[in-house]
Design a protein around this ligand. Structure first.
Ligand SMILES: [Zn+2]
Length: 290
């Protein structure tokens, strides 16, 4: 009888170990980059080169997650509005950022602006080289007619995007009211993929990415309920910290990591199974020792 119990203990222990390993991760294991903050303060790291795919057989390159979701979003826009805007800009290399910045700056000088004024105006809409989040391959500019103007927000497409893009994991990255925090003027055409539930949380709280990362840093953890799923999103600077039920880990580019975990119905059941195995194991151990 004692022999049989020992065998049971061993198998119960191996189940516990397997279950824990399957869901636990540390920031040093992986980095999706989906919540990378890029601005004048937090530049793109040297040599950064994200994985990219071609968007619908065009030369526009973007991250696979962004490509999948923009395709669905544009299809829905076409169905609802009769037409969808065009993708006009996606991934930009560092050199492309340098060229864009210089072209804009030189154009303003040619218009007769002083170097100081030209620099100020260029910086309002063109990110400094290394500070463009187009480098992440997660940012997309959309346009009805090829131009990128603030009056995009007055068009059906602009209004629809402001109201709905979060449902596809995107956020309007440079809102009008957040210019001081983002350092970039209002760009109703520029959306950034962060994935859900982050886009939902940012939309519901009216946070730009700077504010969202700051909220995570200040709170350490944010809980978000979404139907049957409870999401817990952590901020840590410890790359060895262990988390369970991890769905995503992203370097925030601010010296820390955003760890997204969820407790869906299915995973809660598994967690309960683990605890009931632990309970049975303890009962067996106490019987064996007793
Ligand atoms: Zn843009």
């Amino acid at each position: 009888m004692a022999k049989l119990s020992k065998i049971l203990v061993i198998s119960a222990l191996s189940i516990i170990t397997m279950s824990t390993t399957a869901f636990a991760q540390t920031p040093k294991d992986t980095d999706s980059g989906l919540l990378m903050l890029v601005n004048a303060e937090y530049r793109i790291p040297d040599g950064f080169d994200p994985d990219k795919v071609m968007f619908e057989d065009t030369y526009y390159l973007m991250r696979e997650e962004a490509a999948e979701n923009i395709e669905i979003m544009l299809d829905d826009m076409e169905n609802e509005l009769g037409e969808a805007p065009m993708v006009v800009s996606t991934y930009r290399t560092y050199q492309k950022q340098v060229d864009l910045f210089n072209t804009d700056y030189n154009g303003k000088l040619a218009q007769g602006l002083s170097p100081e004024e030209a620099m100020k105006q260029t910086r309002r809409y063109v990110a400094l080289p290394g500070a463009s989040e187009h480098h992440t391959a997660l940012a997309i500019d959309l346009s009805n007619d090829g131009t990128l103007e603030e009056n995009f927000i007055d068009t059906e497409a602009g209004k629809w995007i402001k109201k709905n893009c979060y449902k596809y994991g995107f956020v309007v990255r440079y809102p009008k009211a957040k210019e001081e925090m983002t350092g970039i003027g209002y760009e109703p055409w520029h959306i950034r993929y962060v994935g859900r539930p982050h886009s939902d949380i940012m939309y519901a709280n009216n946070w730009c990415l700077e504010e969202y990362i700051a909220a995570l840093e200040n709170n350490g953890m944010i809980t978000w309920a979404d139907g049957e799923t409870i999401w817990q999103i952590y901020y840590t600077e410890n790359e060895n910290a262990v988390y369970s039920n991890v769905v995503d880990i992203s370097n925030s580019n601010t010296g820390g990591y955003v760890v997204t975990t969820h407790k869906g119905k299915e995973i809660i059941t598994k967690a309960e199974t683990v605890s009931s195995i632990a309970y049975r194991r303890n009962k067996l151990l106490s019987r064996l020792n007793g």
